[in-house]
Design a protein around this ligand. Sequence first.
Ligand SMILES: C[S@@+](CC[C@H](N)C(=O)[O-])C[C@H]1O[C@@H](n2cnc3c(N)ncnc32)[C@H](O)[C@@H]1O
Length: 392
Amino acid sequence: MTLSEYQNLVSQIQHGKRLPSALYVFRDPSSSFGPALDELLQRVIERCGANESHNVIKFRLDELKVSFLAYPDFLEEAHPPLHQAITVDLVTGKTRHTEYADNINPPILHRKETFLSAHDPRRATFEALTKLEEKAGLYEETSTIGFKLNWERLLRSKGLVVDGHQLRQVTAADDAASAATDHSAPQIHRHKTALVRYDLSKPVKTMMEHGLLKKGSTIFDYGCGQGADVEGLRALGYEVEGWDPVHRPQTTKHEADIVNFGYVLNVIEDPAERLEALVEANRFARRLLIVSALIQETVAMDRAATFGDGVVTKRGTFQKFYEQHELQQFLEDALETTVVPAGLGIFYAFRDPADQQDFLAARTRRVVNWAEVSARLGFVRPGPRKPRWVVV
Ligand SMILES: C[S@@+](CC[C@H](N)C(=O)[O-])C[C@H]1O[C@@H](n2cnc3c(N)ncnc32)[C@H](O)[C@@H]1O
């Protein structure tokens, strides 16, 4: 099946929640999406191991890709959390399984009625809640509400609670219940995570080796730490600025062709804020967002205490170590787009799918003599080379 044949079949589905890059539909044993799609789905389901618990199908609109999503509480919970996803690339046959059951900030659903067919009797209850939520201004800014903690924080900021499929004001009893479950965070010293670099960072080098940094491109380094990438790229002749909440708060954040969001996600202990930072960094990227984070197996760790979904180190910094595919899935869920792995813990999110296609079609990596570049930039490393990331 070609992409345009697939797109044509998906466009004939009359219901579902339609986003720019995907269509989400509820699925039960009686669902039908037309003979050709039903047959395709049946074949894919047999191969990827999806079953009746996968009650939502996500059809990608710009790629031959479908996901089978398990929302065990779809009917009972107003904003059910995702428990499992199986994503299948219909071209390569590759599948990716992601578990969310232990995720403290899983993706959740809104506007559930849109997932159901027009005559489904369950629509009315869901639609009534959506109307109330719209009226309360909960859908004015939607970039982060698709995640549980961010949604709960928004509700709290407006003094509201979703109870069953009703929206109501917070009561003293709700406050007491949330105070009882509040676990206060230890003091986290985020500023200590910004190491003095004696080199350009790996994501910046990777982007240059891939030839993505064109002459005249503007770059913004979001969460630039002490600014080695900013100074280094500037010395190489690029127009670059950097902002960091601790080390360069005075810079005005602004758009650029390329935004580097380097090793920031892993130092933020609050998963809701992590998402907000990612979404904001992405907003400034006109062509390309480069995201990097520490990957579990690349890090030596010494006696760190667990906190939330990461660890607090002896220096009082927080580190969340990702699995490579966990990071990819998080970025794709948060940015609602496909991201391209560029290295261990490094991903590219292209704004324009055509740029992504060009990159994938011609992916080549130049050999760069980084020792020579570092010497030219005057990066002098004191003493013998130390391992890059050691968490103590
Ligand atoms: C490990 S350092 C990485 C610095 C730099 N990008 C690099 O690769 O060398 C993490 C940086 O994230 C910054 N940071 C912490 N919270 C942030 C947030 N919400 N938004 C942006 N940066 C943040 C910290 O101040 C710190 O400088």
